[in-house]
Each structure stands twice: as structure tokens, then as C-alpha cells.
Design a protein around this ligand. Structure first.
Ligand code: HEC
Length: 162
């Protein structure tokens, strides 16, 4: 009798664990797959459709991918023309125009990589740390080169003309 009770308790523990795992997956999995496809989720619409991952390398295609997953558009705007950042603390500066319509158009690739690594742009301006260059600057040379090449190809826009 005691043995069969032990067996039942043992089994019940696994059943509860199994149900918990099934619940977690049924709740999360649809969101994950929807996020990957860039579709709506239970929590709201994802604005930027995910860009399919191209081969890794110092190419504008890979740069487009890095800009997409790197969240640049969250601050620089969908067309990267910069301007005031929605929801940012009032003390933070407007995002820079990083299309060829901005100062960046005169930068060499080395200027761009140096600005991202040091936080100082070619004009000698110390970038506000709200611009996450401390993280972006940790990307490899090939990744920063890819981003630079991609930024050269986006349509030029005036500052803040989102
Ligand atoms: C959290 C917001 C935020 C994110 C995310 C962000 N930036 Fe910025 N970025 C800024 C702000 C704000 C400035 C302006 C800083 C200043 O004026 O001191 C800036 C400035 C820059 C500059 C300097 C331009 C110039 O003319 O001096 C470059 C280049 C740049 N960002 C590229 C990027 C790239 C590429 C990404 C994505 C990998 C990115 N940023 C992501 C907020 C952001």
C-alpha cells in the first residue's frame, strides 16, 4: 500500500512538471515564432519586420541586418534621419542623422569605426553616452565596416525628416 502511494506521488510530480513545461511552451512559443516572422504578437504589433539573416561578412547586406537587429531605428528613426527620440529622457540629445544627408556622409570608413570605438566623431565632438557607442564599438571591424557600407546606401534624408 505504502509503495503504491509512493509511486503515485512520484508519478504526480512528473505530471505536474510536464503540465508546467507544456504551459510555458504554449504561452511563449507562438510569440517567439511570430517575432521571428515579424508578425503581431499577443503583446502588440512589431513595427520592423525582421530582416532575414544574410551571410556574415563585411557587406552592405550584413550591415543592413546588423542595423535591423541592432535597434538603430529605435532612436535614429525608421529612415535613420535622426531627430528627437520618442520616450527618451528630456536630457538626452536628438539622434543624429546617419543617412548620407547627415555629417556622416563626409566620414571615411576609418572615421566611422573610430567614432564608434572612441565615442568621438571626426569633428572632435564627444558623443552623448545615450548613443550606445560603448556597445556598438565592441563589434568587430568587419561588422562596423558592414554597417558603414549599408549606411552609405540608404536614401539621403534631412535631419529629423522621419
Ligand atoms: C538609444 C538610442 C540610440 C541607439 C539605439 C543608436 N543611436 Fe546612434 N545616436 C544616438 C544619439 C542620441 C546620437 C547623437 C549623440 C550626440 O549628439 O552627442 C547618436 C549619434 C550617432 C552617430 C554619430 C553621428 C554624427 O554625425 O556625429 C552615429 C554614426 C550613430 N549614432 C550610429 C548608430 C548606429 C549605427 C546604431 C545602431 C547600431 C545606433 N547609432 C544606435 C542614439 C542612438
Amino acid at each position: 500500500m505504502k509503495n503504491s502511494l509512493n509511486a503515485l506521488v512520484f508519478f504526480a510530480k512528473f505530471a505536474v512538471l510536464g503540465l508546467a513545461i507544456a504551459f510555458v511552451f504554449s504561452e511563449l512559443a507562438p510569440n517567439w515564432t511570430a517575432r521571428i516572422r515579424g508578425q503581431t504578437t499577443g503583446t502588440g504589433k512589431i513595427d520592423t519586420p525582421a530582416v532575414p539573416a544574410p551571410p556574415v561578412g563585411p557587406t552592405k547586406e550584413h550591415g543592413r541586418y546588423l542595423v535591423s537587429v541592432g535597434g538603430c531605428v529605435d532612436c535614429h528613426g525608421a529612415n535613420l534621419s535622426g531627430g528627437p527620440i520618442t520616450g527618451a529622457p528630456p536630457s538626452s540629445p536628438p539622434a543624429a542623422n546617419i543617412t548620407p544627408g547627415g555629417e556622416i556622409s563626409a566620414w571615411s570608413e576609418a572615421d566611422f569605426i573610430k567614432a564608434m570605438r572612441t565615442g568621438v566623431n571626426p569633428a572632435g565632438k564627444q558623443l552623448d553616452p545615450f548613443m550606445p557607442y560603448r556597445y556598438i564599438g565592441k563589434l568587430s571591424d568587419a561588422e562596423l565596416k558592414a554597417i558603414y557600407l549599408y549606411l552609405k546606401t540608404v536614401p539621403a534624408a534631412a535631419m529629423g525628416a522621419r
